[in-house]
Design a protein around this ligand. Structure first.
Ligand SMILES: C[C@H](O)[C@H](O)[C@H]1CNc2nc(N)[nH]c(=O)c2N1
Ligand SMILES: N[C@@H](Cc1ccccc1)C(=O)O
Ligand SMILES: [Fe+2]
Length: 278
């Protein structure tokens, strides 16, 4: 199922990831330990002020409705306090993690309506973009939509179905689908402008503008099989952004898990598609 914390900690250190995985529980959770400095509080406020202005213009309404419901904070959030509010709204809660955790463990949390939020914050030198998920990405990017019942249910369903598809050897392919939609997806509904959908865009001042507004961004119409076959890199701007015609198209992809299992069966272990060549 999931590799041990010790093995994963070694792998993260080898990749130069920042999180301290030495104090994780077996499910990769840690305590939040609310001991942030005045400087970190100031970085948090700056990030929230700038991103709130930008997402108002470029983000899909599902995210903005979530922000309005969540009531974004002028201080670094106390995960316990926010979990109390989330539980009442949609049954979700936040668990603290040291940073990126393995996909299988990640999906087990989603299936249980627990969203893993990194417990450390980016430095002021990384304000516009950071190569690994930090607390601002996980919280500001992902948590707002968990207040919206339709998306809260979708994220739990994603975790449940992913566990089943990982058992079929779909670990990489189900992660790609998550990556190109929940993390870096765009959406353009009929008669609407192109908007950001993915959390990795909501938390990055630089990439949000690039993905939605730059003529150099490579936009590809969403296609389930293509997405599941296309590789991605986590530490640079995406070389393809898939555009959903509606949220229903993404949710409906999960209605027929047999189709997803068939795609996994067809392409498991084959070379991935290059996003730049789509
Ligand atoms: C599912 C897919 O692998 C995706 O990149 C996961 C992996 N691990 C993660 N770990 C954390 N802490 N936060 C995330 O958003 C993710 N995303
Ligand atoms: N690049 C995102 C953070 C992120 C890194 C890696 C994976 C997902 C998200 C940001 O700058 O906010
Ligand atoms: Fe994320």
């Amino acid at each position: 199922m999931t590799m041990s914390v010790a093995d994963y900690a070694r792998e993260c250190a080898a990749q130069g990831l920042r999180g301290d995985y030495s104090v994780c529980r077996a499910d990769f959770t840690v305590e939040q330990t609310y001991n942030y400095t005045a400087d970190e509080q100031a970085v948090w406020r700056t990030l929230c002020d700038r991103q709130t202005k930008l997402t108002k213009k470029l983000a899909h309404r599902s995210y903005l409705d979530g922000v309005a419901t969540l009531g974004l904070l002028d201080r670094i959030p106390d995960f316990g306090v926010v979990s109390e509010k989330l539980r009442k709204l949609t049954g979700w809660e936040i668990v603290a993690v040291p940073g990126l955790i393995p996909a299988p463990a990640f999906f087990v949390h989603l299936a249980a309506r627990r969203f893993p939020v990194t417990n450390w914050l980016r430095a002021k030198q990384e304000l516009d973009y950071i190569v690994e998920p930090d607390m601002f990405h996980d919280f500001f990017g992902h948590v707002p939509v968990l207040t919206q019942p339709v998306f809260a249910d979708f994220m739990q369903m994603y975790g449940e179905k992913a566990e089943h598809l990982i058992a079929l050897g779909g670990d990489e392919m189900i992660s790609r689908l998550y990556w190109y939609t929940v993390e870096y997806g765009l959406i353009q509904e009929a008669g609407q402008p192109l908007e950001a959908f993915g959390a990795g865009l909501m938390s990055s001042f630089a990439e949000l503008q690039f993905a939605v507004a730059s003529k150099d961004a490579h936009h590809v119409p969403f296609d389930l099989e293509t997405v599941m076959r296309t590789s991605y890199e986590i530490d640079k701007f995406q070389r393809a952004y898939f555009v959903l015609p509606s949220f229903d198209v993404l949710r409906d992809a999960f209605q027929n898990v047999a189709d997803m299992a068939a795609i996994i069966g067809r392409h498991k272990g084959k070379p991935a598609l290059d996003p730049a060549k789509l």
